[in-house]
Write a protein that binds this ligand. Structure first.
Ligand SMILES: *Cc1c(COP(=O)(O)O)cnc(C)c1O
Length: 378
């Protein structure tokens, strides 16, 4: 008999999701313009993000990707501009920049914490560099103090891609509290979700005003007159209602995920060839996903392990992101000193079933399988 499937991720509907979404439906405020404050989940969600991150402003958008696209637009980054981005992250950071006319410069990640290394970034900065993107990696914040200092020393922007970082902390300050602009995703597997959605947070009033205008076609006070070209990157009130319910469960969600990571690490600590993402001093991960690195001392490769977990044990895993510099649209970019660690991690890394939906039994089953495979193949 085949054991029940353990998917890599299962969304868990928040307790108040139906209540809030139904409220928005009943009161008939479903779009992005909500005139009744008692049912304005969009403003409520924006306030939650701003407060949680200690920022003055938050602006809800349709996805993490559009949050990044809007960021380039409001920072005025485009033709001829370079931005230093992590090589081992989701492609949106580079694709949106390219769409804006800018050029990504790929920074390698640290072998142990999988985040960009501030010391290495300095070598990538040129007179054309306008910004650095600091991405939280599977929940682990990069060294944001150091990155902020590098950005300030060079008079360039620090953009935080905190899509995976909500609830994490660096030097006592929350993820999303560091970048001149920080972007979040509300995608279904993120810590606070609306199924799809995104958020920008910032302190600068002029940038906020630009974000509000440009995400909404630069509508002026005279309806249907536009001084500039904008986008429709708006989020609707139904999605915001769901996300408000999800936000209420963020602390509990982080707590459970940390316990899951601890359980995996304890159980697999003695298995040769396996290693886990390391914490950067003075940071706290939200344990978004528990990652596992399958090194050469493990008897089979990451791909073979993933395949056997899938076919023989009915356990789903996910490989790490592929290095962005090796993806077809970016291969032609000429860059000296291309990243070398990110391709290795991309080949050896996977993430294990993670999320609040898993019982201790599921985690045990995954660990037993990983250990059993390593023993059988000796
Ligand atoms: C999820 C994610 C995004 C994109 O968010 P979407 O809402 O899926 O568009 C961007 N960057 C990182 C690091 C992500 O994890």
């Amino acid at each position: 008999m085949v054991a029940k499937r353990i998917p890599v991720y299962v969304p868990q509907p928040p307790a108040n999701a139906e209540k809030y979404v139904n409220h928005a439906i009943r009161e008939n405020w479903i779009g992005s313009s909500v005139k009744d404050p008692s049912v304005d989940y969009l403003s409520r969600l924006e306030n939650k993000f701003a407060d949680f991150c200690g920022r003055s402003y938050a602006s809800a958008v349709s996805s993490g990707t559009t949050a990044l696209r809007l960021t380039w637009e409001i920072l005025g980054i485009g033709d001829g501009d370079e931005v230093v981005v992590p090589d081992l992250t989701m492609i949106a950071v580079a694709s949106t920049l390219t769409q804006a006319g800018g050029t990504p410069v790929f920074a390698d990640v640290d072998e142990f914490n999988y985040c960009i290394d501030p010391a290495q970034i300095k070598n990538l900065i040129t007179p054309r560099t306008r910004a650095i993107v600091a991405a939280h990696s599977y929940g682990q914040p990069p060294d944001l103090c150091a990155l902020r200092r590098v950005a300030e020393d060079h008079g360039i922007w620090l953009v935080e891609d905190a899509a995976q970082g909500l609830g994490a902390v660096c030097a006592g300050r929350p993820a999303g509290g560091w970048g001149h602009i920080a972007c979040f995703s509300l995608y279904a597997n993120k810590l606070v979700t609306a199924g799809e959605g995104g958020m920008l947070v910032m302190d600068d009033a002029a940038l906020y005003e630009q974000a509000e205008l440009k995400k909404n076609h630069v509508f002026q006070s005279r309806r249907f007159e536009h001084d500039e070209i904008g986008f429709n990157f708006r989020l609707g009130n139904l999605a915001a209602a769901y996300a408000c319910a999800s936000f209420e469960e963020l602390p509990q969600n982080c707590h459970v995920r940390k316990k899951i990571t601890a359980a995996y690490q304890t159980r697999l600590a003695e298995t040769p060839g396996l290693s886990f993402q390391q914490r950067i001093p003075d940071t706290e991960t939200n344990s978004w996903m528990t990652t596992l690195r399958v090194g050469p001392e493990y008897p089979i490769s990451r791909d073979e392990l993933a395949e056997r977990l899938d076919l023989e044990y009915n356990i789903e895993t996910r490989p790490f992101f592929a290095p962005i510099h090796r993806q077809r649209p970016f291969r032609a970019l000429k860059q000296r000193d291309l990243p070398v660690i990110s391709p290795t991690l991309a080949r050896q890394g996977l993430y294990l079933p993670s999320g609040a939906a898993y019982s201790e039994d599921s985690i045990s089953r995954v660990c037993d399988a990983v250990v059993e495979i390593s023993q059988l193949t000796h």
